[in-house]
Design a protein around this ligand. Structure first.
Ligand SMILES: Nc1nc2c(c(=O)[nH]1)N[C@H]1C(S)=C(S)[C@@H](COP(=O)(O)O)O[C@H]1N2
Ligand SMILES: [Mo]
Length: 501
């Protein structure tokens, strides 16, 4: 019985573990805030987890959570950490040793994650080290104060210390958050100011969309879909940005943001699409991108004839392989979207945009390095995870309305179709597998964008299935063969089931 009297109560043991873990995360966040927000061990572990996650799981996460995947991951990590903390506490009711060992193991994970991040300097390890000391220190302190027998004065001391530590932890976390945002990338964006292209995109025809049945032709910057592997967005200031162009070129180039600003800016309306987009999915958006044709930038470098791959790298170490032929025909180094500098999540200060190719092989955000070589010389991020080397966009279409239910009688079905850079020539709709009806097409903006359509169909009461298919300007009819997004883009007809009454 004597031993059990020396044991911490389960509640206090769990509390010591939880407070230790929360202190570790908050102090790591604070020190990272002083150095580099991405040095925060939680963020570094998350980013490393993203890179190490088996491709099928990652594909599933993107398909299931889409743009919320990052919040889901952070929440999941938080839950796991709290679980580990509770277990560590419970294992340590007799002695703090098991919890300390577990803390060191978790701390070591944070340390390794920070060390292997490609975008962090040497000093960054101070953040996980601080985490480790704070976590172990707080855990052992709380453990000591909770050791029985506890008089009421001991209980008060335990509570007081808990409150004090909790307050300190809150301040540390908040401080880290404020300091981390101190790299004022928004100030840098504001300093760039509104972008006026020398060669604006042609004005948008009013008949380019069928709002409200379809999305608005131009997606607002806020609504533009977002896909990337960055748990916390790289913060690159325009004034610090440097783009290195090298490899199979006659002359290496180093460009700064001011160099780009001195060049005449063009504006191109382009629809960006993600290879992970499922049939009927929403990983597709359209913007007026502002930038400089890559062909103009590369004229000074002189790309050698043998080079067929542009291997680009982002500030956070993501890589991408793009066919040089596409780069020369349609590639843009974009610095703006819809008149504004690129939003930070969409690649500020500069990204690539190459119409006709899925984003994973063309649209490097926060781009800092462009190397010319041959396909196979170097394999980019998603190729090493099982996706295809080439990613031309497939001819596809989607029904936007109605969805779910409809009133019987004449119903207008509407949606989008895309086949960048070929352009959409025709869209057809059918009900319950009967004859195809040709849809009315909205005015074409350019072949590198989606095209809206609508068609009137007669719907009888009951359960109805409506399908659509597009034909592109090469005459190719969208296939009904079902393919999953991996490895090079989903196919199949989008079909919606409607309860008609
Ligand atoms: N640096 C970086 N650039 C990236 C990615 C990434 O993970 N990191 N993802 C690519 C993918 S898969 C797509 S679909 C597009 C999405 O661009 P958006 O987030 O601006 O819509 O960015 C591409 N560029
Ligand atoms: Mo993507």
């Amino acid at each position: 019985m004597e031993t059990s009297e020396n044991r911490l109560s389960a509640g206090r043991a769990i509390w010591a573990g939880v407070l230790g873990v929360v202190a570790a995360v908050a102090v790591g966040h604070l020190v990272a805030g002083l150095l580099d927000g991405n040095a925060s061990p939680l963020i570094a572990v998350g980013n490393t987890a993203i890179d190490l996650t088996p491709a099928p799981v990652k594909d599933w996460a993107i398909a299931t959570f889409g743009t919320a995947d990052k919040i889901v991951l952070l929440t999941g990590m938080g839950v796991v950490l709290l679980g580990v903390a509770a277990v560590a506490g419970l294992l340590s009711r007799r002695s703090p040793a098991p919890g300390t060992v577990l803390a060191v193991v978790v701390g070591a994970l944070g340390l390794i994650a920070v060390m292997v991040r490609p975008d962090l300097g040497q000093l960054a390890i101070l953040a996980p080290l601080a985490s480790l000391f704070a976590g172990v220190g707080v855990f052992r302190l709380m453990h000591r104060l909770a050791r029985p027998p506890m008089e009421s004065a001991d209980r008060r001391k335990f509570l007081r210390t808990s409150a004090g530590v909790a307050a300190g932890v809150g301040l540390a976390g908040l401080g880290g958050q404020l300091l981390g945002n101190r790299t004022d990338v928004e100030a840098s964006r504001a300093a760039v100011g509104a972008l006026k292209p020398a060669q604006p995109a042609p004005p948008m025809p009013p008949s380019a969309d069928f709002v409200p049945r379809t999305p608005r032709f131009i997606t607002s910057n806020r609504d533009f879909y977002r896909i990337d592997t960055a748990l916390s967005v790289p913060k690159v200031l325009a004034e610090d940005w440097v783009l290195r162009i090298h490899g199979a070129v006659d002359k290496e180039l180093t460009l700064r943001f001011a160099d780009i600003r001195r060049m005449p800016l063009v504006e191109r309306t382009v629809t960006l699409t993600c290879v992970s987009n499922e049939v009927g999915g929403d990983l597709i958006s359209t913007s007026n991108f502002i930038g400089v044709p890559l062909k103009d930038i590369l004229a000074d470098a002189g790309v050698k004839p043998g080079a067929d791959q542009l291997f680009s790298t982002s500030a956070d170490g993501w890589t991408c392989g793009t066919p040089v032929a596409d780069i020369m025909q349609r590639g843009l180094l974009a610095i703006g979207m819809n008149g504004e500098p690129l939003p930070v999540e969409h690649g500020f200060p500069a990204r690539m945009v190459v119409p006709g190719l899925y984003g994973y092989v063309s649209a490097t955000k926060w781009v800092v390095d462009m190397e010319f070589n041959r396909f196979g010389d170097k394999d980019p991020y998603w190729l090493t995870r099982g996706w295809a080397q080439r990613g031309p966009i497939k001819t596809q279409s989607r029904i936007d309305s109605p969805r779910g239910s409809a009133k019987a009688g004449k119903v207008t079905v509407a949606g989008i179709a895309w086949a960048q850079p070929r352009g959409v020539a025709k869209v057809e709709v059918r009900v319950d597998g009967r004859d195809w009806v040709t849809a009315r097409l909205a005015t074409e903006v350019n072949p590198d964008t989606w095209r809206m359509w609508e068609a009137d169909v007669d719907l009888a009461p009951g359960e109805r299935t409506v399908e659509c298919r597009a034909t592109d300007r090469t005459g190719y009819v969208q296939t009904d063969a079902i393919a999953l997004p991996a490895p090079d883009g989903a196919t199949g007809w989008h079909s919606v089931r409607l309860s008609v009454s």
